[in-house]
Design a protein around this ligand. Structure first.
Ligand SMILES: [Zn+2]
Length: 284
């Protein structure tokens, strides 16, 4: 059995409130390591709690404040312009004020392998939003997280939607000591290259199975610079699109990459797992 690494999961979210334990053990039995990623302080703390509870069983945590969590919102996520057709998802956010010290404390925990998800999201602005002010706020918080990641010496897990240029500019100006993963990467190869040249990995998930739109990207990016993820409970790969996703299904993402690149599944499993290990446990 080849091991796999789901580098971005949210088994710490309420969608798994009833059966998180079974879901994590199922992944464990299939040889899949999991990073549960926080999107606010409460889910970050829960990610750490699970990593402690399943210590030695391939369950780790990332802690951060997702840019859309900076404002209180409730929306149905429906995106018809995109050819990969994101399944409709209801998202409620709380409007959290970022507190450096609170995140620093939780980030220092030895079970935390990355700082995220943090980043920029210009996709979810609504009518009436003060867009410039909101962009500045997101950038200010992200710079603080770069500082925090440097302080604890851990890599970053970046969320970025419709903001790759600003993200690159911010990285060039603040230059994080350790890089990390641009998760759920949905840009072009040209954009990917700019991140890869700066030492980042890109995270590929179920979106790659929805159409052939990302085949070219997958073919052109070296396997050495790809990690795989589910982003569960969202983005279940085909043929489970629209269902609740879980770490077990990361196998379908690896299969898609193997098919597109024309390499054996085993090779995708081995190299993406190695990439994740190098990113999260550089000394190991
Ligand atoms: Zn996520």
């Amino acid at each position: 059995m080849s091991s796999l690494f789901d580098t971005h999961a949210h088994v710490n979210f309420n969608a798994f409130r009833e059966d998180a334990e079974e879901v994590l053990l199922r992944a464990r039995e299939a040889g899949i390591s999991v990073v549960n990623v926080g999107s606010q302080l409460s889910t970050s703390r829960r990610a750490v709690e699970y990593a402690r509870k399943y210590e030695g069983k391939g369950v780790y945590a990332a802690v951060g404040l997702h840019p859309i969590q900076l404002r209180k919102r409730s929306f149905e996520h429906r995106d018809d312009e995109n050819d990969w057709e994101l399944p409709a998802t209801e998202i409620k956010t709380i409007g959290e004020t970022f507190e450096y010290d609170a995140y620093l404390e939780v980030a220092r925990d030895s079970h935390v392998v990355a700082i995220g998800e943090v980043g920029l999201d210009y996709h979810h602005f609504e009518e009436g939003d003060e867009i410039d002010a909101m962009k500045e706020e997101q950038k200010r918080v992200l710079r603080e997280f770069v500082r925090l990641a440097d302080e604890v010496g851990k890599p970053m897990m970046i969320h970025c939607w419709d903001a790759y240029d600003d993200l690159l500019a911010l990285f060039d100006e603040s230059s994080p000591e350790r890089r990390g993963v641009i998760h759920s990467f949905i840009g072009s190869y040209k954009t990917a290259k700019k991140f890869l040249e700066r030492g980042w990995m890109i995270g590929i998930n179920g979106i790659a199975t929805y159409s052939d739109s990302y085949d070219r990207l997958i073919r052109e990016v070296s396997l050495d610079q790809i990690v795989i993820e589910t982003d569960c409970p969202y983005l279940a790969p085909v043929p489970h699109k629209g269902e609740r996703n879980e770490p077990l299904l990361v196998k379908l993402v690896a299969e898609k990459i193997a098919t597109v690149k024309g390499v054996p599944f085993e090779e995708v499993a081995r190299i993406t797992t190695r990439n994740a290990t190098v990113s999260f446990f550089p000394g190991a």
